[in-house]
Design a protein around this ligand. Structure first.
Ligand code: ZN
Ligand code: ZN
Length: 147
């Protein structure tokens, strides 16, 4: 078991979670697509009793059965939980401070899966620091590139 931390982009919402394994999954449901703006969303499922909100998130009731933690200041989607009889919370993999250990083990809600976005490994690749236009904007604004 490892204690891992995460939170939103602006830092107002923070959490820590006891993580047992590296298993994560992709949800392709239309509600997650709308809630995150992504073609799918990567989640780590965590028992509720192993999750501590170090600073409380905002909650949006996204359906009659579920609500979603997020930050109303910066808009970061942080997860998913059922309204009643909830035992586990899904945390967005990208909101972890160190998301790299997690591995996808399942596609969920495949009825709305965007097939064309699944296998992208052969697409051309470019690092963000190779983009001179964006790099110059960062250097002009901050004198350095983002993490
Ligand atoms: Zn925030
Ligand atoms: Zn979903």
């Amino acid at each position: 078991m490892t204690s891992m931390t995460g939170g939103c982009q602006c830092g107002r919402v923070r959490y820590s979670a006891e993580i047992d394994d590296d298993d994560a999954y992709l949800c392709h449901c239309r509600m997650c697509q709308r809630a995150t703006g992504g073609v799918s969303i990567a989640y780590k499922n965590v028992p509720e009793e192993k999750l501590t909100w170090e600073s409380a998130p905002d909650w949006y009731q996204s359906s009659p059965i579920a609500h979603r933690p997020f930050c109303s200041q910066c808009g970061t989607p942080l997860g998913f939980a059922f309204l009643k009889d909830n035992q586990n919370v899904d945390l967005t993999v990208g909101s972890f401070d160190d998301p790299y250990r997690f591995k996808p083990t399942q596609h969920y809600a495949v009825e709305s899966l965007h097939e064309a976005w699944i296998d992208t490994r052969d697409l051309p690749r470019m690092r963000s620091d190779e983009n001179d236009n964006v790099s110059k904007r960062w250097m002009d604004a901050c004198g350095k590139l983002p993490d």
